[in-house]
Design a protein around this ligand. Structure first.
Ligand code: CA
Length: 490
């Protein structure tokens, strides 16, 4: 008999641009996620989990270091910034005897930094070709396509990376990046040393655009009735939007911000179609684990680095602190026999993307390194509130979320918004605009002022929030089409 590892295997599945409400298990009436719903029944569904710095680079930095932005130094989307030299989640696992492999989106600089993994097969959506940060010769997904005879055609669909235009996938099904990631991760599991536990990181770049669903999955959603995007008095008038939202969801540079209803509906169907495609591909990985007798001793996590507004409130952006953008799906399925997590339960504590590092290390019986300031979800500790921060100076947005209310702050124009997340989970009624709940606003504003540090302190005078002056909104047409990728020939 081969020696079996004493610690559990860990399968960490991360997606990109997948808001927490978009799960059948979370009560969404349209999106089809049968596998994830089943995982929620086998594990714990965290119903109030947030990405507290909701864009790729700073969020993923938290996932892999367990450090909040205050400690890791990054709270904005910034390419070309070196990854911190600290023990990562993958490195801690390896130090405890794990083999650690990743497939898909890593989004670190330099692109070939393995951040503690034995190896990573990278698919970074052509990022190395961006003109501001030339980085490397291409990723592993591009090499795969070249081997298949499709070199340079990864983005030949013409679909953009930062807008929600859509058409179906333009190459054979097995070349889709979702299939590629599930297959390559399965190959890493197949090549494991049977004596050692595995840390397997399956990092789908989807459903981040380009929105190029397989035709089979668009067919699934063709006749499904959708629900209307959320809207409310605060979001119906573009002129009254917080200044930074006007810049983020700029109708002069985003095709979707001026799209007519049929295009909006098509985009949402395509978005959900890719989610269901991912859900089904996850089945194949779980099936492989089951067929090889590994599944019972594997902790399985499903999550996302952040969500996207995808038309809610007329917004086509990520990074704001509304739930569709900042709340994330989070399911943790314990290995069989692990009693600290009870299968089929929901946990309504305020959780954070970076909590996964201490949670998974503790689950595996591995010491948590000193730099980690996030919370293990295995214990009973509850946060009284969660602080969210994204962007600096005029691009800054901040959030205080307590168990019931959410305060959002835009320093430009000194704008506050308050939502009652129990009574109004789709955030249609801004209670600051309505002039009610002033005690709650004052209480959360005190917490916000206490959380501010660095340049943010310039928004406070005499212990009062004063923010920054609001400049006029200027249209900003974008001839770069928001980072459009081009045709390549190899
Ligand atoms: Ca992302």
């Amino acid at each position: 008999m081969p020696q079996t590892p004493s610690r559990p295997h860990i399968l960490l599945i991360c997606t990109d641009h997948w808001g927490g409400p978009l799960l059948g298990a979370a009560g969404h009436p349209v999106v089809m996620t049968p596998t994830l719903d089943q995982l929620a029944r086998c594990g714990v569904l965290y119903t109030q989990a947030y990405s507290s710095c909701p864009s790729c680079i700073p969020a993923r930095r938290q996932l892999m270091t367990g450090m909040s932005p205050r400690v890791n130094g990054l709270r904005t989307y910034q390419e070309g910034v070196s990854f911190p030299e600290v023990p990562t989640l993958a490195q801690c696992c390896r130090d405890a005897g794990y083999q650690a492999y990743g497939v898909g989106k890593l989004h670190v600089y330099p692109q070939r930094n393995r951040i503690g993994f034995d190896d990573v097969l990278v698919e970074d959506q052509g990022r190395h070709q961006l003109r501001d940060v030339p980085d490397g010769d291409g990723d592993d997904y591009e090499l795969f396509l070249a081997d298949q005879g499709y070199g340079g055609q990864e983005y030949a669909s013409g679909m953009p990376h930062n807008d929600f235009l859509t058409r179906t996938w333009h190459l054979p099904e097995h070349c889709h990046p979702v299939n590629w990631a599930a297959r390559e991760l399965t190959r890493f599991i197949r090549r494991r040393d049977p004596r050692r536990p595995g840390f397997w990181y399956l990092s789908f770049s989807a459903p981040h655009p380009p929105l190029t669903p397989l035709p089979a999955y668009m067919d699934l959603y063709r006749d499904v009735p959708l629900i209307e995007p959320a809207h409310g008095a605060w979001s119906d008038d573009f002129g009254a939007w917080p200044h930074h939202l006007k810049r983020l969801s700029n109708p002069d540079s985003l095709a979707m911000a001026r799209a007519r209803p049929p295009a909006v509906e098509l985009a949402r169907r395509a978005y959900y179609a890719i989610m269901t495609h991912i859900d089904h591909q996850i089945r194949l990985v779980l099936g492989y684990l089951r067929e090889n007798g590994l599944l019972d001793n594997t902790a399985v996590v499903f999550t996302a680095d952040h969500g996207h507004m995808a038309g809610e409130h007329g917004l086509w952006c990520m990074t704001p602190f509304y739930d569709m953008s900042a709340r994330i799906p989070l399911i943790v399925v314990p290995p069989t026999g692990e009693e600290r997590l009870v299968p089929g339960t929901r946990d309504d504590r305020l959780a954070e993307f970076g909590d996964l590092m201490p949670t998974l290390l503790e689950l595996a019986g591995i010491p948590v390194p000193d730099q980690v300031d996030r919370l293990s979800l295995l214990g009973a500790e509850r946060r009284a509130h969660l602080y969210g921060e994204h962007g600096e100076r005029t691009a800054a947005m901040r959030m205080i979320r307590d168990p019931r209310y959410k305060l959002i702050y835009y320093p430009v124009g000194n704008r506050l918004q308050l939502f009652d997340m129990q009574a109004d989970p789709r955030e249609t009624r801004d209670l600051v605009l309505e002039g009610t709940h002033q005690d709650t606003v004052e209480r959360l504003k005190r917490l916000l002022i206490e959380e501010l540090y660095g340049d943010d302190l310039e928004w406070v005078e005499d212990d009062r929030l004063v923010g920054l002056p609001e400049p006029p909104y200027l249209p900003a047409p974008d001839r770069n089409l928001r980072g459009q990728r081009g045709l390549r020939f190899m």
